[in-house]
Design a protein around this ligand. Structure first.
Ligand code: B12
Length: 213
């Protein structure tokens, strides 16, 4: 009865019911559902509906916070259950949400899926300054720098990251990948990023391509 569970997941996120959301996450995993499917068909549509209602003025910030909290806790449980795959291409990746932006649910899913695919990942968290992306990448010897942004106002930081890398003479050393709800392939092309990914699965595919090329 996975369709019913997906619907219940959407409802739990809409209501901001953390207890219910975590129960559904555990139940889905116990029933043998694919963690990514549970995310993509249940919880993510739930939080997207929350976003739509917030934008339409039908839901207010406190409710958004409750829903986000329920989403974070469910995501934690599901991320921990993503099965590890055999690494086909080894790679070191830095991932973070850019400065000025505290949205990290999507970024955390990306980190979990990258790790599950055998990549060595350093998660520099959210609201991360550009220097942190660069310093951590240098420190770990990363090949890829991934940045996330959910706010249109902070998209420009992804562009500044590209510029800082050029100014530091480091641009050729790294491949960059950008993501986040308002980000598009067009934006990636415009700022000179090496890749764009629309979701975590696409991110894995693109990172593999970057490492192979
Ligand atoms: C949850 C949420 C919050 C939570 C965040 C909690 C957290 N820990 O992340 C809280 C309540 C804190 C919050 C705060 C705010 N929010 Co908010 N929030 C959302 C909401 C509803 C969902 C975001 C989300 O988690 N989506 C689910 C995840 C799974 O999707 P995702 O992030 O897109 O990630 C996927 C892909 O994009 C991709 N991806 C993402 N990053 C990366 C990176 C790489 C490298 C790769 C490869 C891929 C990749 O893979 C991910 C997994 O598939 C969105 C609405 C929406 N539909 O986006 C609004 C939204 C983003 N928020 C919005 C706003 C306005 C705010 C606030 C300014 C509200 C306020 N007045 O204070 C503050 C921002 C504060 C700040 N400085 O950052 C607006 C932004 C509008 C805009 N055009 O900029 C939105 C769009 C809501 C709306 N429709 O108005 N928010």
């Amino acid at each position: 009865m996975s369709a019913k569970l997906f619907k219940e997941a959407i409802e739990a996120i809409l209501k901001g019911d953390t207890g219910r959301a975590t129960d559904i996450a555990k139940q889905g995993l116990d029933e043998g559902l694919n963690p990514l499917e549970l995310m993509d068909k249940g919880f993510i549509p739930g939080i997207n509906q929350v976003g739509d209602q917030f934008e339409a003025g039908r839901l207010f910030l406190p409710q958004l916070v409750y829903s986000a909290n329920a989403m974070e806790k469910a995501t934690e449980i599901i991320n921990a259950a993503i099965p590890a795959e055999q690494a086909t291409v080894a790679g070191k990746v830095i991932v973070g949400t850019v400065e000025g932006d505290v949205h990290d649910i999507g970024k955390t899913i990306v980190v979990a899926l990258f790790k599950a695919n055998g990549f060595d990942v350093v998660d520099i968290g959210r609201d991360a300054p550009i220097e942190r992306f660069i310093n951590e990448a240098e420190k770990m010897g990363a090949q890829i720098i991934g940045s996330s942004t959910l706010l249109t106002t902070t998209m420009v930081v992804q562009k500044q990251l590209e510029q800082e890398l050029i100014q530091a003479g480091l641009r050729a050393k790294y491949k960059t990948i950008v993501g986040g709800a308002p980000v598009t392939q067009r934006w990636a092309d415009r700022i000179g990023a090496d890749a764009y990914a629309q979701d975590a699965g696409d991110g894995v595919k693109k990172v593999k391509q970057l490492l192979a090329g």
